[in-house]
Design a binder for this molecule. Structure first.
Ligand code: SF4
Length: 508
């Protein structure tokens, strides 16, 4: 088979992370206490591929691009990074996608800042771009088009953009532009340096293709966009679209046919699927889960939901209890999901995320968070929650409010990860950031979240996660890692406190 348009990325992207999406987060950190090779094996093992180097499972975003190009008649395939060389004689275009090319997104930037070392996703991507196969492709005149959720990061790496000969950066949803770009590349035309796809050029439901090959861990999109309008989030710029049930069914069937046993329902807020504004409705949610559960033998996972939707759907409809007892807990022991706390301060919440608590008033944000955590804890939903530190208008009293909220959340099973709001470019000089941006209150919050997450990570590993016999080596690796981080945290704490005191002395 001949592929003129090869789609690929580096190893941190082309992996199924042992079937556990959450392990993929380890790629956002530098290796901690382990050699890089073992870290990579834990976080991003090589996937199964066919003779042509096509992985059985591939990132969903790349699958969408592949599907669109196939529908438009191009000879294309997703190829594992170790197998690119097999296609050098036929390849005319190399398309690359990534969640976090240069580790400027959260949580990579935070790990980078704390550890003072480049995260493994950045190292791995650089290695891919500098590989003999990619360099040889460029030497032969292959056009390189990059895109995906982290496309914006190229604007901060113009030197590498030029050095690697990137022909086009595509930012935004690419379905309606990718065919023309590939066509132009195949015809040897000059490509635009940068293509921005704005909200008005986003594809309608009919223009979004069904994936043709399996996605990593069975991820399928159930909606695009988010109505909450948080100021720091680009998702909110996209129009809200609900993917119809029969379309979701087709994608799950593609995955099942390829042997993928689980489903990750992807949305910025799963509970808002066919909701009444920001008020979840029971019927569409129950129907979606019944359908997914009827198709796969394995587990269901949510990508993200909002805390306000958890509280509202339970208090108004008992939806969380029904969903978990009637469908999800009949087949698995827990449900994992990402949620956003961002801040415990109602003052700051009003500025940066005025609709995050809706339909509740923003004044009730801490109460919404606590109630949602309680509801999730009682129903065996395990959230991985984010906090954002260092926002432009953040004051010390905001950080105190966040610390108080964390105290209230201690009793609820969860992982909480603080992330720094980082002005891009500052990352290029991490010392500047370490010296000037971190306040004592930030450190206190970071230590609180670390203690919280380590405590609950041990509980989750002991009682919920990686329990199958074939996962014992991974489980052992994670347990050792938790112990090592605990040990390091005890060592590092006095050193951090000394740095802060020294800085404060200098400032006075
Ligand atoms: S709720 Fe989440 S996805 Fe929606 S706008 Fe806010 S941060 Fe973005």
């Amino acid at each position: 088979m001949v592929f003129e348009a090869v789609i690929s990325s580096d190893r941190t992207m082309i992996s199924n992370h042992h079937g556990r999406e959450f392990l993929g987060f380890m790629t956002t950190s530098p290796p901690i206490g382990l050699p890089e090779k073992i870290w990579m094996w834990l976080a991003a093992p090589k996937p199964k591929v066919d003779k042509l180097g096509r992985p059985v499972e591939a990132p969903y975003g790349l699958r969408k691009i592949e599907a669109k190009l196939l529908e438009e008649g191009f000879n294309t395939a997703i190829v594992d990074p170790d197998h690119i060389a097999k296609h050098l004689d036929t390849m005319k275009v190399l398309l690359i996608g990534h969640h976090d090319y240069f580790a400027y997104g959260p949580p990579s930037n935070e790990w980078w800042m704390i550890m003072g070392k480049e995260p493994i996703n950045r190292i791995s991507f650089m290695r891919f771009m500098n590989s003999t196969a990619v360099r040889e492709a460029k030497r032969r005149g292959v056009k390189i088009i990059v895109g995906g959720p982290a496309a914006w990061q190229w604007l901060w790496e113009s030197g590498l953009w030029k050095k690697w000969g990137i022909d086009t950066v595509v930012e935004g949803e690419a379905e309606l532009v990718i065919g023309d770009l590939v066509e132009a590349a195949l015809n040897g035309e000059k490509l635009p340096d940068y293509v921005y796809v704005g909200p008005s050029d986003s594809p309608s439901i009919d223009e979004i293709p069904v994936i043709k090959g399996a996605s990593v861990n069975g991820l399928v999109e159930i909606m695009r966009g988010c109505p909450r309008g948080c100021k720091f989030c680009s998702v909110t710029l996209r129009p809200l679209r609900f993917i119809p049930l029969d379309y979701i069914r087709k994608e799950i069937e593609v995955n099942v046919k390829a042997g993928v046993k689980n489903v990750i329902l992807h949305s910025e807020d799963v509970l808002l699927y066919h909701a009444d504004g920001v008020k979840p409705l029971p019927e569409p949610i129950l129907n979606l889960h019944k359908m997914a559960a009827s198709l796969v033998p394995g587990t269901l996972v949510w990508s993200h939901t909002s805390l306000a939707a958890v509280k509202y759907s339970e208090e108004k409809h008992r939806l969380i209890t029904r969903l978990m007892n009637e469908i999800i807990l009949t087949r698995q022991e827990f449900l994992g999901v990402e949620v956003g706390i961002e801040t415990g301060s109602t003052r700051l919440a009003k500025i940066i995320m005025p609709a995050k608590a809706a339909p509740y008033p923003t004044e009730k944000w801490p109460e919404v968070v606590i109630d949602a955590f309680r509801i999730m804890h009682e129903n065996r939903i395990i959230p991985a929650a984010t906090l954002i530190l260092g926002l432009p208008k953040e004051r010390e009293d905001d950080l105190v409010a966040t610390a108080e909220l964390l105290d209230e959340l201690k009793q609820y099973r969860s992982l909480i990860v603080p992330m720094f709001f980082v002005p891009m470019g500052a990352l290029k000089n991490m010392d500047w950031f370490r010296k000037h941006r971190i306040k004592e209150e930030h450190i206190k919050i970071m230590l609180k979240t670390l203690n919280h997450s380590l405590r609950w990570a041990e509980d989750i590993i002991n009682n919920f996660y990686l329990k199958e016999p074939h996962m014992y080596p991974v489980r052992l690796g994670i347990k050792l890692l938790i112990k090592y981080i605990r040990f390091k945290a005890r060592q590092v704490k006095p050193a951090i406190e000394a740095i802060i005191q020294e800085r404060e002395k200098k400032n006075t």
